[in-house]
Design a protein around this ligand. Structure first.
Ligand code: DX5
Ligand code: ZN
Length: 218
């Protein structure tokens, strides 16, 4: 079963609550929140106050993707604001195991994110400690970029390892997902798909979401 996580980065920020409710009604299973600090990535977006504001608006899990330096300094704030998942970039975490433990200490599900060029070997020693691996299929920083196909073998490889070890880890894909690009990722074993522009740029968000989901389940 494929889960769709609309990214509010592509939503209309002047009516964020309505934008979230609309995709919840359309069948979204998570809400993806892209946090950028202008240092780890060349863009600035939102912080814990947005997570806090959205928490009472939806029953869906809030999937907080931290594209920031020194994520340890902000994990408590995002946890208290109501995050259900917090994912951190391997490239930003010199003490990755400690960061994962910190996320879990607040009762939040930890996940790790790999940039397109980062090998899965970088997370092999924390697989038993996490609930999610997020593969970036664009270079993080902006919505609406083109899907990078060379990530697919990595997804396949990790999916095989997860099955062999009998682990319970979601594989999430983020960047350039639409009804075409979801297909090879789903075939490679991914379970959760972030979609920003492919949903929020469409007039009929419900149809857009369902078309992507159906393509992934085919
Ligand atoms: C990129 C973000 C993505 C982005 C996806 O840095 O992590 O979540 O919002 O947007 P689309 O689906 O438009 O590529
Ligand atoms: Zn994201």
């Amino acid at each position: 079963m494929i889960k769709i996580a609309p990214s509010i980065l592509a939503a209309n920020f002047s009516k964020l609550a309505e934008e979230v409710k609309e995709v919840e009604q359309a069948g979204a299973q998570l809400i993806h929140i892209d946090v950028m600090d202008g240092h780890f990535v060349p863009n600035i977006t939102m912080g814990p106050i947005v997570v806090e504001a959205l928490r009472p608006v939806t029953k869906l899990p809030l999937d907080v993707h931290l594209m920031i330096e020194n994520p340890d300094d902000f994990i408590e704030s995002f946890a208290k604001a109501g995050a259900d998942y917090i994912t951190v970039h391997v490239e930003a975490c010199p003490h990755l195991h400690r960061t994962i433990q910190l996320i879990r200490s607040f009762g939040v599900k930890p996940g790790v994110v790999l940039n397109p060029h980062t090998p899965i070997e970088s997370i092999q020693h924390v697989l038993e400690d996490i609930d999610m691996v997020l593969f970036m299929t664009v270079n993080p920083g902006f919505g609406g970029q083109k899907f990078i196909h060379s990530v697919i073998p990595k997804i396949q490889k990790l999916s095989t390892i997860i099955k062999e070890k009998g682990l319970n880890i979601e594989i999430e894909i983020d960047g350039g997902i639409n009804e075409d690009t979801i297909i090879p990722c789903a075939q490679a074993g991914a379970t959760i798909f972030v979609a920003g522009s492919a949903i929020y740029s469409k007039e009929d968000r419900s149809k857009a979401l369902q078309d992507i989901q159906e393509a992934g389940e085919r």
